[in-house]
Design a binder for this molecule. Structure first.
Ligand SMILES: [Zn+2]
Ligand SMILES: [Zn+2]
Length: 212
């Protein structure tokens, strides 16, 4: 079964998740935005074997430390969708703008597309392309664990911003209602910022997508 541990990193308190297959201890890290020493200490403490970097999208707080971690630890970068190429190319400027440590651009080992899967040991997660916050945003869903790692698509009580370049409000709402809701009301999601919630809870009460 899939297990995970979430570590908020960067001044934006981005929920970086370490996920692993508890049969094999094979692990991936979702959205290593920064604070690599702390993330490496958590991996060590959990006793898991870090094998892959998975990215939901290429904003600095999610992808800022991906290139360094990939290079230093010899890990593949999986995702996001190629719609985020321009955000990857802008990582050096994003880090300067927000006062982050210098960040490097990179070329993902594998771009992700809607309907793809990613695997850790005996755990397979589904990939859904959920644009709107960024054009290349993807979400990772474990049907067995009933968990979804949704980055900045959806939050408890809110949705992702759509006022950045390449953002689009209607596209985001469509992604949430057409691609997240069908996963099931019982699914608990780990957002890019703030507390966890379930899709059912958000369908009932979220001011942006409640009643959909
Ligand atoms: Zn973002
Ligand atoms: Zn974010």
């Amino acid at each position: 079964m899939l297990r995970y541990h979430t570590v908020p990193v960067t001044p934006f308190q981005q929920n970086c998740s370490i996920v692993w297959c508890d049969d094999t201890q094979r692990a991936a890290i979702i959205d290593p935005g920064g604070e690599l020493p702390r993330l490496r200490a958590e991996v060590e403490r959990l006793g898991v074997s870090l094998e892959q970097i998975w990215l939901t999208h290429a904003h600095i707080d999610h992808a800022g430390a991906a290139a360094q971690l990939a290079r230093e630890d010899g890990l593949p970068i999986i995702g996001p969708h190629e719609g985020d190429q321009f955000w990857i190319d802008a990582l050096p400027q994003q880090s300067a703008m927000f006062g982050f440590p210098p960040s490097e651009r990179f070329t993902p080992t594998r771009w992700l597309h809607d309907g793809d899967t990613v695997t850790l040991g005996h755990c397979t997660l589904q990939v859904r392309h959920c644009p709107g916050h960024t054009p290349g945003h993807v979400v990772f869903f474990s049907p067995q664990a009933r968990r979804a790692f949704v980055g900045d698509v959806l939050f408890a009580g809110s949705i992702g911003r759509t006022d950045f370049p390449g953002g689009d409000y209607r596209t985001l709402i469509e992604a949430i209602t057409q691609r997240l809701w069908p996963m099931g009301d019982d699914v608990v999601f780990i957002p890019g910022h703030g507390p966890e919630s379930s899709f059912g809870q958000e369908r009932r009460t979220n001011p942006f997508v409640g009643g959909t």
